[in-house]
Design a protein around this ligand. Sequence first.
Ligand SMILES: C[S@@+](CC[C@H](N)C(=O)[O-])C[C@H]1O[C@@H](n2cnc3c(N)ncnc32)[C@H](O)[C@@H]1O
Length: 251
Amino acid sequence: MKHLDDSQIDELWKSYKYLWQGYNNNEKIRCMNVGYWDEYTLTIKQANENLYCMFAKHLGLMELAEDASFLDVGFGYGYQLVYWQQALGVRAKIFGRNIDQYQVDYARNLLTELGCSGIELSHGMAEELPYSDAQFERVAAIECVFHMESHRFFDQAYRVLKKGGKLAYSTIDFASSLDNKRMDDLVNDLRLRNDFPLLGEHHVNNSCESDIAYLKNLGFDVQVIDFSEHQVDLFPDGDNKKSLFVIAEKR
Ligand SMILES: C[S@@+](CC[C@H](N)C(=O)[O-])C[C@H]1O[C@@H](n2cnc3c(N)ncnc32)[C@H](O)[C@@H]1O
């Protein structure tokens, strides 16, 4: 894991926590991921955009035709939707699903204000997708699979993807169960506020390894990229977390 200086970690964590709770901490940063850092990345915004580009590249978003469909689950405040459509010129029809009503409303306003067209957002869980079988060419999930009942989400992703369609997600393989627990506590606040069932003991079983095995078993060909060197550690406690980028193609 890359180590930022203390003030940068502090800034990142503070904004993350405030945003999570629906506060307007800092208009400069409305990201809820820790980005992709390289030697020329100087700001958190740039790191976020690098990560959006990583998704665009591995999912071939810029090559999708206008009549293709692409779903982003757990879309946060929606900045990547704007980035994909306006900065990268993605032409496919974009859908988003998020468990938090506040973020859905925020993103809807943002898309209108910035003149994005044809992006459809829905409020609800990625574990329950209100879309047809084989509706999508692509599904993305940026740093949110660890907040879900991942196997239920994968079942749904498999169902809504076309044959040959791809799911990509970036995730953090927490080495310590304390970090998993912290994540569950955050997301349970969100679930409570939005009247969704709590995760229970999810953090005890949360494991990237079992997620990947599950995907293979479902009928995906899976590629895993370890990009730990390009992420920062939000809980810098010296454990051995890993940042993984997973691309799963439906056979
Ligand atoms: C760490 S944030 C990442 C946000 C965004 N993808 C980004 O990169 O900025 C996790 C997101 O997942 C959403 N989320 C958490 N659990 C979810 C679930 N079960 N279904 C759909 N969205 C969920 C949260 O509301 C939040 O927007």
